[in-house]
Design a protein around this ligand. Structure first.
Ligand SMILES: NC(=O)c1ccc[n+]([C@@H]2O[C@H](COP(=O)([O-])OP(=O)(O)OC[C@H]3O[C@@H](n4cnc5c(N)ncnc54)[C@H](OP(=O)(O)O)[C@@H]3O)[C@@H](O)[C@H]2O)c1
Length: 223
């Protein structure tokens, strides 16, 4: 049977590259972006939806729409994320609020609604960052972003405990990737396609649920 995946933040960057890779591997892919569009890609197996993770009513409406499809997902990737305070040093009210709203609150509320749609033996990946690692943090920058990814890491741990019997869960650092998340990322080491391909290689492994994985270096990360 054709496998089905749900990827948030599918319009560009790493999420888009993941969708293209999943399509190339025969998946039916359900993707989201705030306006429900993914420019320049036409594929009969790609379905786009509008989802703004900072808006609780829109998360609920999206899930009502999804439920009518009666889909069991083999793979759910929580990829959407923002980093408005990346490379800055002063905490600001607006960036703290928006980052935590999207990367933590919205991602958790969305995940809680989608978990019952993941088939037994399915997989959930949280695209986090090594910047969320408390154990390895030596920086003083990007307070909202780092905290949001540490919180997402903890959520991944909790889900691993809760879903021992039915879903394999991993927390992924996609590498430093040339996307629009910050202006500086133009200098990043990996293309979105290279990052997606390393995440795909990880998915093919018989990984232990609860793994925190650096897809760029191909090794586990300290929490
Ligand atoms: N790039 C890196 O080096 C790097 C490193 C570590 C971790 N990451 C993580 O990788 C993930 C993808 O990042 P990226 O670099 O590919 O960033 P990106 O190119 O900026 O893409 C972000 C995606 O998230 C969506 N998005 C933005 N705001 C949203 C909201 N309020 N609600 C729902 N979706 C929203 C965007 O769609 P629309 O704007 O079309 O709505 C877009 O599809 C993020 O979680 C990021 O933290 C990236």
């Amino acid at each position: 049977m054709q496998k089905k995946a749900l990827v948030t933040g599918a319009s560009k960057g790493i999420g888009r590259a993941l969708c293209e890779l999943l399509l190339a591997n025969g998946f039916e892919v359900h993707g989201t972006s705030r306006d429900g569009r993914m420019k320049g890609l036409t594929n009969s197996q790609m379905f786009m939806y509008a989802l703004d993770l900072s808006k609780v009513d829109i998360i609920e409406a999206f899930h009502k729409q999804l439920q009518t499809k009666g889909l069991p997902f083999d793979l759910v990737i929580n990829n959407a994320g923002i980093g408005p305070d990346l490379n800055t040093f002063e905490p600001k009210a607006d960036t703290l609020r928006s980052t935590l709203a999207v990367n933590v609150e919205g991602t958790i509320l969305h995940t809680e609604l989608v978990l019952p749609m993941i088939r037994k033996g399915g997989m959930l990946l949280n695209i986090s960052s090594k910047m969320g690692s408390i154990a390895s943090c030596v920086g003083t920058d990007s307070i909202a972003y780092r905290i949001s990814k540490s919180a997402l890491n903890m959520y991944g741990k909790i889900l691993t405990n809760r879903h021992k019997e039915d879903i394999r869960i991993a927390t992924i650092h996609p590498g430093w990737v040339r996307t629009e998340i910050t202006a500086d990322n133009i200098h990043a080491r990996l293309s979105p396609e290279e990052s997606a391909s390393r995440i795909w290689s990880f998915m093919q492994q018989d990984f232990q649920s609860g793994t925190y994985w650096d897809a760029e270096r191909g090794e586990g990360l300290p929490w």
